[in-house]
Structure formats: C-alpha cells, structure tokens
Write a new protein. Structure first.
Length: 227
C-alpha cells in the first residue's frame, strides 16, 4: 500500500502539472484544453456544506480526493509528503497489515478534511497527503507506546512539524491536526482490541471511527457559512 499510494500521488501530480490553470504541457502539445485536475479534486468546506446541498453543488468526495493531490507549483510539498510516507509507511504497514494500513491512511485523510471543514474558511481550498502522513505520525506514536519503544523521536518530529504548520502561511495546520488525532485513534483501536476475535474487533472499531467522522462531517456541513 505504501508504494501504491506513492505511485498514485506521483501520477496525479503529473496530471496536475499537465492541466494546471488550463495551460499546462498537455494543452501546449495537443491544443486540447483539459479540465484542471487540481481544481476538480481539491477540497474547500463549502464543497460539503448545507449550502452546497441546497444549490446542487454538494461534492463531499473531495474530502478524500484532495489527499492525493499536491500543489503543482510547490514540488517540495509532494517531495516531503512522499518521503515521510515512504519512511513511516514501511515501518507501520508490515506491523499492522495491508488492510489496516489502508484504513489508517484513508481515515486519517478523512479526519484531516473534517478538521478543515470545522476550522478553515469555507472558500479556502486545501490539498495534499499531509493529513494522512500526520495520521501515520500519530499512529506510530501509539504503536511505539504499546510496544514499550522510545517515543522521544516521534514526539519531537510531530512537535516540529506542527510548529512549522502554524508558522508558515499556506500550510493547513487544521488538516495536520485532524489527521494526527485520527491516526492516533485508529492505532489505539488496533492495539487495544482483545486478542480473541481480534480481526472482528478491528473491523468493528475502524468502522466505528469512520462512523464518528461521518457524524462530525455531517454536523460540520450544517455549521459552514455559505461564503
């Protein structure tokens, strides 16, 4: 899953470069004005608001599709996220298994968007795998605590990256925070499940996290102003 997600993000980034502002490489080579992939898939709170439902523009799937996009004019954005995913993913995925790792990534990305829904201006778009990556950070902390590992390094990593999120403009600290908390919760569900029937408990627990996020997203949708 780690390499699959990296490959998907890389392919999407190339598509973003080709279609950015309807004047990318694809248009220059073919003369065809392709839809702007970035604008088609990024997420802003107004895309999943009650106002969007009323006006027929409701697009909640952007809460997940935005997680496989990165800013086409900031290569360091995708570079950092993919390096972090590669380093941390190779540690966590073999530990919890492919299916649980996929759930961890998906729920963390969704949790990041839920935080954006509550805490970001409705018209400001966000994109990037950072919410999922911070979910991995949170999960790694919980997993290391559960196994008695030294957590000082991961705490320092989380702290530094959260400080950076608040200091620099253009970084969604909201998505980072939401992903971090969701990832920690998912890992807590995984490590605290009873040994007997563990697979079933994991399934129920992760489904429960998803339901909680859906409920929060629904509540958030009705609290987002129309503009």
């Amino acid at each position: 899953m780690t390499y699959t997600v990296i490959a998907i993000c890389a392919v999407m980034y190339l598509l973003q470069l080709a279609t950015w502002q309807h004047g990318g490489a694809a248009q220059r080579l073919t003369g065809v004005d392709l839809p702007d992939v970035t604008r088609l898939m990024w997420f802003a709170p107004m895309d999943a608001s009650a106002h969007a439902v009323a006006t027929g523009t409701f697009e909640p799937w952007r809460m997940l599709t935005s997680a496989i996009l990165h800013h086409p004019q900031a290569g360091v954005h995708i570079l950092f996220n993919m390096l972090a995913l590669w380093f941390v993913g190779r540690v966590i995925e073999p530990t919890i298994g492919r299916a649980r790792f996929a759930a961890l990534l998906g729920l963390s990305a969704f949790g990041g968007s839920v935080a954006v829904l509550f805490l970001t201006h409705p018209a400001v778009p966000t994109l990037g795998a950072s919410g999922a990556v911070f979910g991995l950070f949170g999960a790694l902390f919980i997993l290391m605590r559960a196994t008695g590992g030294e957590t000082g390094g991961i705490v320092a990593l989380i702290a530094v990256n959260m400080v950076v999120s608040f200091i620099f403009d253009g970084i969604s600290w909201q998505g980072h925070l939401g992903g971090l908390l969701t990832g920690a919760l998912v890992a807590f569900v995984i490590v605290r499940a009873p040994r007997r029937g563990r697979t079933l408990w994991h399934t129920l627990g992760l489904a429960g996290v998803g339901v909680v996020l859906l409920i929060l997203a629904t509540i958030g949708a009705f609290t987002v102003p129309s503009a």
